[in-house]
Design a protein around this ligand. Sequence first.
Ligand SMILES: Nc1ncnc2c1ncn2[C@@H]1O[C@H](COP(=O)(O)OP(=O)(O)OP(=O)(O)O)[C@@H](O)[C@H]1O
Ligand SMILES: [Mg+2]
Length: 177
Amino acid sequence: MAAILEIQNVTKTFRGGVRAVDDVTLAVEEGEFLTILGPSGCGKTTTLRMVGGFEFPDAGRIVLDGRDVTDLPPYRRPVNMMFQDFALFPHLTVAQNIGYGLTIAGMKRREAAREVEEALHTIELLDKADRRPAELSIGQKQRVALARALIRRRRSCCSTSRCRRSTPSSVNRCRWS
Ligand SMILES: Nc1ncnc2c1ncn2[C@@H]1O[C@H](COP(=O)(O)OP(=O)(O)OP(=O)(O)O)[C@@H](O)[C@H]1O
Ligand SMILES: [Mg+2]
């Protein structure tokens, strides 16, 4: 089976000489659920940020669906990110956060609202649709971030967050596609 994500000999050194990622190579196949474990500061988030296009490698290649995306910006990559600190938009409601990507992609308002409602139902937050992120628990924020990352049904999704606050059932049911 062809890999949908390939990280090929990727290296990243930050200013000051911190070698955050050192010659990492791995491949993820369709349907595979990969978890990267390692001590704090070992380069997990930096690796995933390079997959998402939020950092660029000094050496090596990122290949998504057979296409070299190493130099492409985030919005031109077929991948969604769920950030370690969730990065929810504080001024938007839960529903608006989840639907943001659909709106940007030009989906019709009624269709987007239906998708968002389905997502809210899946993460069991229908009753919190109009709240702002500051009015949520950490676990609820995490589920909103997960729904926002998955709602566009892209072929790959990276999460730099531990999902320990999402119940196993809500994570499983979030595998919409
Ligand atoms: N923008 C940056 N500038 C300089 N150094 C950075 C930057 N981002 C990360 N680093 C450093 O790179 C190394 C890897 O960081 P990274 O965030 O990838 O670790 P991590 O494995 O995700 O850690 P954690 O489990 O704590 O989230 C760390 O030493 C960190 O301090
Ligand atoms: Mg991290």
